[in-house]
Write a protein that binds this ligand. Sequence first.
Ligand code: XIL
Length: 320
Amino acid sequence: KAGLEFFGAATDTPGFREREPYAASYPKYDAIFADPKEFGQTTPTNGQKWMFVEPQPGVFNFTEGEFVSKLAKKTGKILRCHALVWHSQLAPWVEETTWTPEELKAVIKRHIFGVAGHWKGQCAHWDVVNEALDEDGTYRKSVFYNVLGEEYIKLAFQWAAEADPTAKLYYNDYGIERPASVKTAGALRIVKLLKDAGIRIDGVGMQAHLHADNHPTMEDHVKTMTAYAEHVEEVAFTELDVRIKTGTPLNDTKLAWQKESYQFVSEACIRVPQCVGITIWDFYDPFSWIPHVFPDNGLALPWSEDFSKKPAYDGMIDIF
Ligand code: XIL
C-alpha cells in the first residue's frame, strides 16, 4: 500500500517462537499471519541463521528455514531472507577453529553458496552481512573481521551476487536509524566500500528495534534514508518493533509514544521513494524476542497477548 512494495511480519517455526507452549493460540496466530490484508511479506526470524543451516562444517540443514519459505509461498508472501554472514547465532565450530585467511574465505564461500544457492530465486532480498558494526561505529571484532578484516564484507556480497543473482543484496544493522549516529556513518562507510570496489549492494536494512520513550522522529528517518539512498537503490525497515518499559505499569502515554514511533516509521517510508517496505519482527507479543533479551522491556508488537490490537495498529492504518 501507499507506494511500498510490502508491509510484512517475521515469523518462526512453531517450537522456535519465543514463548512456548502456545499451541492454543496458534490457529488464531496463523490466521492473522496468513491474512493478505495484514501482511504481504515475511522473514524467518531464526531458521536461515548459520547455527541452523550449517551446524557442522559443510553439513547443511534447511528444515527450519524452509518452514517459513514454504509458508511464504503458501500464503503468497514476499520472502526476505536473513542472514548469511553474522557474528551471532553462528555455528560454534566457526568460532572454535583457528582459521588462516584462506581457510575462512573458503568457509564463508561454501556457506553462502550452500545457503543462498539453496533458496536461489525465492528470496526478494538477502541480508548478506548483518551487524558488522560495533556500538562506536567501528567494525565489530567478529571472527570474520579478526581473520579477514573488511575484505570479508566485499567477498560476502560478491559471492551472494553469484549464488543468487536475482535477490536484492542488503547490509542490515540496528542503531542505524538516526542521521547523526556513529553507526549510521559506519553503515554509509560499508556501502561506499562496496560501491567504490564495484561490488553490488542494493539496499540498507534498518532493523529499527526502537524504544517507545526515545524514538527517532519522522525527520530523523527521512534524513537517514535519504543519506543511504544517495548510494543504494533501496532501503527498508527490516525488524521493526517498539519496546515499552514494563518495570512500571502500562499507561496510555507509553502506548501513545509507541504508536507515534510506528507512525513515524510508516510515514517516513511513504515519503522516501527508495523505502521499499517495512517488516515487523513478528506481530504477536508472546513471540517477541524483546523481553527475553532486554529485561523490563516488552509489549513491542502491534498484537497483544490476548490478540487485541494496540493503538499502534490503528495508528499505522491511519497512515497507510
Ligand atoms: C533474534 C530472534 O528474534 C530471536 O528469536 C533469537 O533468539 C535472537 O535473534 N537482530 C537480528 C535478528 O538481526 O536476527 C535478531 O533476532 C534480533 C536482532
